[in-house]
Every structure is written in C-alpha cells, then in structure tokens.
Design a protein around this ligand. Structure first.
Ligand SMILES: Nc1nc2c(ncn2[C@@H]2O[C@H](COP(=O)(O)OP(=O)(O)OP(=O)(O)O)[C@@H](O)[C@H]2O)c(=O)[nH]1
Ligand SMILES: [Mg+2]
Length: 250
C-alpha cells in the first residue's frame, strides 16, 4: 500500500536498548533523508533504563511519522526486532528497513538500499562487496565476523557475502511470507533465521555496499556467550527450515 501522498511508504525499524545517546540524532537524520518515499520510524525498545523508550514515546506524540513500541522488559534483540517488524507492518509500508540504532549503520545508505529494491526482494547492506567496508573494527571483531560469515555461507549455501548484516531492506511481501510468529530467535541470531527462511522461500536477495563503523556512543551488548548462542541457533535453523518445511512462494 502507498502512503496518502501516492508515494511509497518506507518504515525504518530500530531495535533499541539503552541508545539514549544516539536515538534522537539518528531519528532526525533518518527523517531528513531525501527519498522518493514517505519515511516513518518505529523505535522497538525494551524499556531501556536510560529512557530511550520514553524519548521515543514523547517524540511519537508530536510527530505522526514517529512510532514507539515499548515493551515491559528486556527480551533480546531478536524478540524485540520481531515485535518491531509486526508493529512496522501494521503501518502498511511498501518497504521495511531494519538497522542498528548506534550509528554503526549510517542513514545515508538507506537511499542505496531503496534503489536496489526494484531488483531484489531483500537488500542487504554489505561490508563485503566492492565499495563496502568494515571500518575501524578491532581485529578480533573482524575475525569473529569472518568465521561466522564463512561458516554460515557454507552451512546455508546462500550466495551472499554479508550474511549477518543487520542493515537490510525488505519488500513488505517478504516479511509477510516469513511468518514472524514462527521465528524462534531471541537474540542476534534473528538475522540468520530470517535470511535462511527468505532464501528457502525463493525471494531475490541482493547486496549493496555500506561502510560499517564502530559505535562511538553508548555501550555494546555483544559478548562471547551471545556469539556462541548465535552459532548454535544457526545450526538449529538449518535443521528446522528446509525445502520440506518452508515452501517456495515463487
Ligand atoms: N529491543 C532490543 N534491542 C536491542 C537489544 N539488545 C541490543 N539491541 C539493539 O540492537 C542493535 C544492535 O546491538 P549492539 O549492542 O549495537 O550490538 P553490536 O552492533 O553487535 O555490537 P556493538 O556495536 O559493538 O555494540 C542496537 O540498536 C541495540 O540497541 C534488546 O535486548 N532489545
Ligand atoms: Mg552495534
């Protein structure tokens, strides 16, 4: 469905936990983008102690383009993002973008994601295609990403490079077909779970270059246990989703 303006509607879903130092600037930067689409922003917050959710609710009260989904307690990046997608779909957008709320994913790449939406159903913002970059990340972080990437590409046999990118644009039909209620991820593994399902469903997946930068404000929530959990979940998705359990839509 298009917005009343006749232009396509793009909903940007931001999962947040303690991003008060980033959220205000980020939302303004997204709303200011020069796009051939009406932009809405949905903040999916897990009742952050630092008041990120409260800020979003106040901002939403004075701007119809801003929406806040504040859950009672913290349940994880995956569960938070899934609820965020559901709330975003309720806005009847043509496209949904998901991105981190710590400025690692720069709003300036959203127009590139949208431009590729004519050719692909799911567009990944990719660090590993020509023009893309994993800037300023510590060596051990890059090594972790490389291991995850190599492992997942072989496990799922998906022809994409940045499998774990959380900066993505979906056509609405893709998220509807994924069946969000069927997802089991709680944490970061949600990006892999959705990628697995989307690829089995036969949708076109493409990549556009992005430059990923380390967060400069706020605290990281990533730790070794979370990484291990993501890899174990990835193996589980391989068994849970296959050509028999997930039917191609085209
Ligand atoms: N709703 C919700 N969002 C979360 C949760 N944990 C993390 N996030 C958000 O998910 C996004 C990615 O989390 P980050 O902490 O940046 O994880 P990362 O990018 O792997 O690691 P760093 O950039 O090094 O901090 C950010 O926007 C977080 O605020 C959670 O439990 N619930
Ligand atoms: Mg981050």
């Amino acid at each position: 469905m298009s917005a009343p303006s006749g232009r396509p509607l793009l909903a940007v879903m931001l999962p947040t936990y303690n991003e008060r130092e980033n959220i205000a600037d980020l939302v303004e930067a997204i709303l200011a983008l020069p796009l051939e689409a009406d932009i809405h922003v949905l903040v999916a917050d897990d009742n952050s102690p630092d008041g990120t959710g409260r800020w979003a609710e106040e901002r939403a009260a004075s701007d119809p383009r801003v929406h806040a989904l504040v859950r009672e307690k913290r349940r994880g990046r995956g569960a938070g993002g899934i609820d965020g997608f559901k709330a975003a779909l309720a806005l009847h957008p043509d496209y949904i973008v998901e991105m981190d709320a710590d400025f690692s994913h720069a709003p300036k790449f959203i127009p590139d994601l949208l431009a590729a939406a004519g050719r692909f159903d799911l567009v990944l913002g990719s660090r590993f295609v020509p023009g893309g970059k994993d800037a300023d990340r510590g060596l051990h972080r890059r090594f972790i990403t490389l291991c995850v990437r190599t492992f997942i590409r072989r496990l799922y046999r998906v022809p994409v490079r940045d499998v774990s990118s959380g900066f993505r644009l979906y056509r609405r039909e893709v998220l509807e077909a994924v069946d969000l209620d069927d997802l089991i991820s709680v944490g970061q593994s949600v990006v892999l779970e959705i990628l697995r399902k989307v690829s089995l469903l036969g949708f076109r997946i493409g990549e556009v270059p992005i430059v990923f930068v380390d967060r400069t404000r706020g605290q990281t929530k990533l730790n070794f246990l979370a990484l291990l959990e993501t890899l174990l979940m990835a193996v589980q998705f391989k068994k849970r989703y296959n050509r028999n359990t997930v039917k191609a839509v085209r």
